[in-house]
Ligand binder design. Structure first.
Ligand SMILES: Cc1ncc(COP(=O)(O)O)c(C=O)c1O
Length: 478
């Protein structure tokens, strides 16, 4: 911004339009329930409504903001609607949005401690806070052997864990020579697709990912894991990485961390725990059982951008031994050398993830934690679980529907008793109604509907409306 006449936005205009944008966002939240939750546009419709070429001359900000309304909103699926029950949530909150705005306002790039000490030190501090808030092992703290870092996503975090595992298993040789096709990774058949992607990117080869069978609760079977590891060793392969999931995407299954962790420890295998959505539940002492055995993990990640009221993107990734991660990812060209780095007294987060550059993401997390306080966060997490459990009871008592998997927290997997065809139609009609948004999965080869309660403003009245809509549409289909 500058006071000189030119093309830039002046400070006065920024103030003026900044207020208009904040008002627009506040109004959006006030009327969010008036939109169909799932965008109803056809492919190409949004592009078709945009001018074919960019403007030669700058336009009035009022017009740009007006086009948000007319051109963009129709193509928005309203993730922040309290009637959004699809996938896992990507919830947000006032303090998070304002923290994000400040991060954009400062516009810093925190690749090195020296390029903005506050960016690094606030991040370290808040990630240490979260270790206590979730009651994670103290080895994940920066004051011990490990530490935490904010990544863009759980996918990136799991990839970094796998890369560090690969290097530890080969004495940092794969970084030098590449993989020789003998490294093997393990996860359950229910693990998130990001693990398969990580295996492909890390160069292990898709055929060296073993998807281990699950029990009747969709949790990884440790006996099957142990057998597969043994078999692979016998075949001259090198098991290097196991990913357990706390809260699988399809059904929220919780893998048995103590048994898996012991197998990994005995076999010297890197043990990673992906708790992308469900990790947030551990804010509440009564749900901390989900992390039993986490003390055996080499790395752990969860996404405040899913369930902890912190807008996308924000994944917290922890390692027990930061040395292996840094040695895996560190490259130091001359142009990044500086006194602080050489003193060894600072953290340079560029060595803790894939990109070099990084935003000031910890601001929004800090704002959320301070604004809600631990008790405020717990209150809302408990409320979500309670609402989901009420919904599960409603399904259990219904003659039309059945529960398809245990519902330990805020995800309910259910289906119409009438078979796949009616469930497909039901899902389609529910989502076309615009009243709520659900997604599906398959469990035991059967179409299953998923209802996840995690949107910031979901309340009992939204659940009532969801039940009524589901019931009415199902009745009309029968
Ligand atoms: C268990 C699990 N892991 C990883 C991911 C990937 O998350 P992200 O979008 O942060 O990469 C998801 C997404 O829903 C997930 O459910």
């Amino acid at each position: 911004m500058s006071n000189e006449k030119g093309f830039h936005m002046t400070p006065e205009d920024f103030r003026h339009y900044g207020r208009a944008v904040v008002d627009w966002i506040a109004d959006y939240y006030e009327r969010i329930e008036s939109f169909p939750v799932l965008s109803q546009v056809q492919p190409g419709q949004i592009r078709g409504s945009l001018p074919p070429s960019p403007p030669l001359h700058g336009e009035a900000f009022e017009n740009i903001l007006q086009d948000m309304e007319t051109l963009i909103l129709p193509g928005v699926t309203h993730w922040q609607s309290p009637n959004f029950f699809a996938f896992f949530p990507a919830n947000a909150s006032g303090p998070a949005i304002l923290g994000e705005l400040l991060s954009a306002g400062l516009g810093i790039q925190g690749m090195l401690w020296a390029t903005s000490p506050a960016c690094t030190e606030l991040e370290t501090h808040v990630l240490d806070w979260l270790v206590d808030m979730l009651d994670l092992p103290s080895k994940f703290k920066s004051t011990g052997s490990g530490g935490g870092v904010i990544q863009d996503s759980a996918s990136s975090a799991s990839l970094c864990a796998l890369l560090a595992a690969r290097e530890r298993a080969t004495d940092f040789g794969s970084n030098q020579h590449g993989c020789d096709g003998r490294l093997v990774a393990y996860a359950s058949t229910q693990a998130h697709s990001s693990i398969e992607k990580a295996v492909k990117i890390a160069g292990l080869g898709r055929q060296n990912l073993r998807l281990i069978e699950v029990d009747n609760r969709f949790a990884l079977r440790p006996d099957a894991l142990a057998r597969q590891i043994e078999q692979d060793r016998h075949a001259g392969l090198i098991p290097c990485f196991v990913c357990a999931t706390v809260g699988t995407t399809s059904s929220n299954a919780i893998d048995p961390l103590p048994e898996i962790g012991r197998i990994c420890r005995n076999a010297g295998i890197w043990f990673h725990v992906d708790a992308a959505m469900s990790g947030t539940a551990a804010l509440c002492p009564e749900y901390r059982y989900i992390h039993a055995g986490i003390g055996l993990a080499d790395s752990y990640c969860f996404n405040p951008h899913k369930w902890m009221f912190t807008n996308f993107d924000c994944d917290c990734f922890y390692v027990a031994d930061r040395g292996s991660l840094i040695k895996t990812l560190s490259v130091l060209p001359e142009y990044l050398r500086n006194k602080a780095t050489e003193s060894g007294a600072v953290i340079d987060y560029r060595d803790w993830h894939i990109p070099l550059g990084r935003r000031f993401r910890s601001l929004k997390l800090w704002f959320v934690i301070r604004y809600y306080g631990i008790e405020g966060l717990r209150f809302h997490i408990r409320r979500h679980v309670e609402l989901a459990q009420d919904f599960a009871r409603w399904v259990e008592e219904s003659h039309r529907f059945e529960i398809a998997a245990p519902a330990p927290l805020n995800l309910v997997c259910f289906r119409h008793r009438g078979g796949d065809e009616i469930n497909r139609k039901l899902l389609d009609r529910i989502n076309r109604s615009g009243k709520l948004y659900l997604t599906h999965t398959t469990l035991n080869d059967r179409i299953t509907l998923r209802l996840c309660v995690g949107q910031t403003h979901t309340e009992e009245r939204h659940m009532q409306r969801a039940r009524k809509t589901i019931e009415e549409i199902a009745a009309a289909l029968e």
